[in-house]
Design a protein around this ligand. Sequence first.
Ligand code: PEP
Ligand code: MG
Length: 574
Amino acid sequence: MLELQGIGIGQGVAVGRVLRMPEPLPEPVDTRSTLDPDAELARATTSMHVVAEDLEARGERAGGTAQEVLEAQAMMAEDPSLIDEVTARLHKHQTAERAVFEAFSAFRDQLLALGGYLAERAADLDDVAQRVIADLAGLPAPGVPDPAEPFVLVARDLAPADTALLDLTKVLGLITIDGGPTSHTAILAREKSIVAIVGTHAAAQLADGDEVIIDAANGIVLVAPTDKQIADARARIAARAARALAPIGPGKLADGTSVPLLANLGSADGAERAVALGAEGVGLFRTEFLFLDSTSAPTVLQQQGEYERMLRAFPGKKVVVRALDAGADKPLAFLNDADEENPALGLRGLRALRASEDILREQLTALAEAAKTTEADVWVMAPMVSTVEEADYFTTLAHDLGLKTAGVMVEVPSAALMADRILAHTDFASIGTNDLTQYTLAADRMLGTVAGFQDPWHPAVLRLVGEVGAAGAQAGKPVGVCGEAAADPLLAVVLVGLGATTLSMSAAALADVRASLADFTLEQARHLAAAALSADGAASARAAATAIAHSYTSSDPSSTAPTVLTHPERGTQK
Ligand code: PEP
Ligand code: MG
């Protein structure tokens, strides 16, 4: 039995035999073309067009986020500057295959050099190039194998076109060797609830027919598992399926304490599914996702339309809208296109908005107008706030422009440590654990080499969450959590134990978190939190909380923990 580490997407478990994605097409040889450049150009543009149309058609079949991704890929296939690059190479008498290969590779390298969100699109471009070259060579497009039996797919990384159309009656789970938690593979897998684990470098050694268990919750792949491990995994699969069928009610603890469960959304497209999965509102509307491709700032009217679409999906419900979070992994050309040495520590979030205050004012105005025309309870918050002065600036401006509930995200340790002072100026706080972890552990969230530090279970992160929770309780103001940590069912309980009053996550995680909260009372959640806070590191915090959780769920659910580890300075939180 062998255990491979990766980054689990969601909480699923899958058992099955491996089938590897076929290797990519070989690099086209660099020989002089026997055709004239115009004839080669006709071949190249025809194939690029065929591929664009095929991607468009796949997008229409898939719908949702997948459609957006595939349409973006279709545009790459016929991008005029790429065609110019190809043409220039054809005039040097390259074959169409070689010219396409070289032109796409050059663009891909540029994306990789830009890093962050754009670098993660490099795999999308590679896939388009492979499809065009396959069409030129008269070969089938590279893609997912289609055997008679269900299987676990192992791939270096999966193109959006393949992820979007995976036959879920055949593909039991997905393991990728490359790719990070924000790659398109991960985003689409999360949206389609595919059991997946990405960035599993050691999976390169898996061979067709190997039996594996994918345990996404724990980020591991077990190779050649024992019978007992297979039986345990099957029991977890059955329990999860039963939970998915359970009636959907509001989020609450075993003692009835209400913990509203909200959805993280990037556009109104996911709203219907989120409502169907029981989202009680939106805890994080990432408005910058609407404008990632815009070169100029969106107009007030354009924004108002987008915001109204989202708000209309949640009548009478809370929708927390985040002001544009530009910078680092989410560059917005119209807000900050400066070349910064350390963009995560640069002019991002509220800092960038303040530097272009007109854009911030227009966004808040558009939102206030949208709020007037719908019945949603609109809250607004600023990203990447690091001082009390910034918090006061933002909430005052939002109130002045007609938004009645305004707050800030707590993503920077300074904001967590000053939460009591910040909450004196704001209506609420929402903890972004993705960035809070990045800044607390000084580990770039986009960098695979330091991914091991990016664990929100780390007691340093939890202590900061506890500071904010305690400040919220003291001030009588809501404290939400909207980072990925809220989607981890056991960590969600710990966050509530630390004082979080609402949790917001990708909609696919709602069922698991709802079920987990229902297993514990508030007192028990506080015991779990105290145990995690007392640990030395992320792994031991998780282990301590798991052990105590197990002692509750495997015996009398109303019992208290046999041994509660108390934090030397804080004691257990009551
Ligand atoms: C976070 O940082 O936790 C967060 C929710 O914001 P984003 O992931 O969009 O930076
Ligand atoms: Mg953030």
